[in-house]
Design a protein around this ligand. Structure first.
Ligand code: LLP
Length: 428
């Protein structure tokens, strides 16, 4: 069997017949820790971050990791120690940043539905900025801050109405989306915000969607946002920072050709400079592009089930571990952990999990040479997999390991299924 290259995964590679994560043999990890098993490469995370850091060299810029992509505490520690701030969307995420030792002044709080309790929690923690998503939220945040004797630092998320050309569920910057305030209302809403005593207006932000592989929507959004910066500042409201969100895609397959972060930002910074805003503080909120290709999910083949119309390869990971195919028809490459010694012919399989849903597939029409008991690695599983994992079918979530050179550290123990019923109460 010819092994597929591992696109975008420089820290996961075959040595002989065996798949390695950095300098650690993946099948040995699976033998020790069982499957499903998420294996992350610390070097892959840091090299993805380095691409952004190179892009912003010499600039006043702050990278806030959008931790919804992977909020495991040790992953947050990696980014906190590398100097990142965090983009959070809940009080729960705030607690995770605190537990990981993140700098609260570098935390921004996004999301359309912040509760008063979450606002109080974030104000008490001293976060850097609230990314406010509606006029109603501005009023509530102002009154919550005033009651605490504080002024909340705010940026307003504007909706530039550009099409990021991605899956509709992960496109956020179009008029029909629930996010941000409409471009044409922005100046009026900024003027309103400036009059509220509990607010301190400091910036503007946008985020147009996720898994964006084309530069054009970014450039268009940048133009639209800078038009607004000009209009808002002409109305007498100074904006200290521009937060351009996240969204940069990764190559799940060789068909995806996203720009590198440094190359993308070279173009965007060129535009900022050309329009005279190069001196403003820049913030960004990347998630997937920092962690997506830094992780794989190792799984075992349980059964092969040949059929008249389809052959099924049934694995021990399922939609509760890897929800992206079921939710977005997403593609994840699937490769063997150990190149089989047998010379079996490749067979076309649908790779499916044990969950009782037809939607529980991980890969469709994949050519594999496999037998029961073999291990497979689902690639690009560092982002939006464990953080979206559930206990559906009362399945405990898998374990997570962080590899650093030749060392692998357990960062999340396998969840015993019994833990999933711990908060529940039996009837008397
Ligand atoms: N900032 C905001 C305001 C966001 O809503 C998001 C993602 C990000 C930053 C980070 O975007 P990224 O750099 O990761 O693309 N579960 C979906 C993706 C949902 C993205 C939600 N918002 C998936 O698995 O494709």
């Amino acid at each position: 069997m010819t092994l597929p290259a591992l696109p975008g995964h420089p820290h996961f590679a075959y040595r002989g017949t065996a798949l390695f994560a950095e300098d650690v043999c993946v099948s040995e990890l699976a033998a020790e820790h069982g499957t499903p098993l998420f294996v992350y490469s610390k070097a892959a995370m840091l090299s993805a971050l380095a691409s952004y850091q190179r892009g912003f060299e010499g600039r006043n810029a702050q990278i806030c990791y959008a931790m919804k992509a992977n909020s495991s505490l040790a992953v947050l520690q990696v980014f906190a120690r590398a100097g990142c701030g965090f983009d959070i969307v809940s009080g729960g995420e705030l607690e995770r940043v605190q537990a990981a030792g993140g700098d609260m002044r570098q935390v921004i709080f996004s999301g359309v539905g912040k509760t008063r309790a979450e606002m109080r929690q974030a104000l008490a923690a001293g976060i850097g900025c609230f990314n406010v998503e509606s006029e109603a939220e501005l009023g509530v945040l102002s009154s919550v801050a005033l009651a605490m004797g504080l002024r909340a630092p705010v940026s307003i998320r504007v909706n530039p109405n550009v099409d990021p050309k991605t899956h509709p569920y992960i496109s956020t910057g179009l008029k029909g989306n629930k996010f941000g305030v409409a471009h044409e209302d922005a100046v009026r809403i900024y003027q309103h915000a400036a009059l509220l005593d509990g607010l301190n207006v400091i910036g503007i932000d946008c985020h147009i969607g996720s898994q964006i592989t084309d530069v054009t929507p970014y450039l268009d959004a940048m133009d639209r946002v800078l038009d607004l910066v000009a209009a808002i500042e002409a109305a007498g409201i100074f904006l200290a920072h521009i937060d351009f969100g996240g969204g940069l895609g990764i190559n799940y397959s060789s068909d995806d050709q996203p720009p590198q972060a440094d190359a993308l930002w070279q173009q965007l910074l060129g535009k900022l400079d050309a329009r005279g805003y190069g001196g403003k503080k820049l913030m960004i909120e990347p998630g997937r592009s920092l962690v997506g290709n830094a992780g794989i999910c190792v799984t075992e083949v349980l059964y092969l089930k040949p059929g008249e119309q389809k052959n099924f390869c049934i694995i021990d990971a399922a939609m509760n571990d890897l929800p992206r195919p079921a939710m977005y028809q997403a593609f994840h490459a699937i490769v063997p952990v150990e190149q089989a010694a047998r010379q079996a012919a490749d067979v076309l399989y649908d790779v499916v999990g044990p969950v009782c849903e037809s939607g529980d597939w991980i890969g469709r029409d994949r050519l594999l040479s496999v037998a029961a008991g073999d291990q497979l690695a689902v690639l690009s599983a560092g982002a939006y997999c464990m953080s979206m994992a559930s206990n559906y079918n009362t399945r405990g979530r898998g374990a997570e390991l962080l590899v650093d050179g030749d060392a692998a550290r357990l960062i999340r123990a396998r969840e015993p299924p019994a833990d999933t019923s711990r908060p529940e109460l039996l009837l008397p």
